[in-house]
Design a protein around this ligand. Structure first.
Ligand code: NI
Length: 158
């Protein structure tokens, strides 16, 4: 993490943000390049003060996201929501790729998400509230979806 670098973030209307990202092969995970990418994305998220960051946002159409937890950044490889609550909740969102824009998005309150961690280990987590929202927002990026596609009461700060 010490020599991780800050990557440039793509901004809305870049076509990469609209492409469906591809699954990451298990044997790619342990490569130095991939491990570095995870560290660089974590550093970029922290530096830009984001709640999460998805690989398309830094120009790579692969199924990798990082999300912020209390004190660390968690890398999720090939994340997939395998269960979601019927109940939804509306909350304000923004996105590093859509600067100065905020809007309310309805998301599932609780989800169960499956992914591979940086070591290639399969993890299953239950998330609710803000964490569930961030994971849903980041997985949308992997499918070429931006929060502004779903948001209402969109506000632009000037
Ligand atoms: Ni975003």
């Amino acid at each position: 993490m010490s020599n991780a670098k800050i990557l440039p973030i793509l901004i809305n209307h870049n076509p990469i943000l609209r492409k469906k990202s591809t699954q990451i092969r298990r044997d790619e995970i342990k490569t130095k390049e991939f491990q570095r990418l995870c560290s660089d994305m974590a550093k970029t998220m922290e530096e830009k003060d984001g709640a999460g960051l998805a690989a398309p946002q830094i120009g790579k159409n692969i199924r990798l996201v990082v999300v912020r937890t209390e004190n660390s950044a968690v890398c999720m490889i090939n994340p997939k929501i395998i269960k979601k609550s019927w109940a939804k909740e509306c909350g304000e969102e923004g996105c590093l790729s859509v600067p100065d824009v905020f809007g309310k998005v309805k998301r599932h309150k609780k989800i169960i998400c499956k992914y591979l961690d940086k070591k290639g280990k399969e993890i299953k987590i239950e998330a609710e509230g803000l964490m569930a929202r961030v994971i849903q927002h980041e997985i949308d990026h992997l499918d070429g979806v931006l929060f502004i596609d779903k948001a209402r009461d969109i506000k632009k700060l000037t």
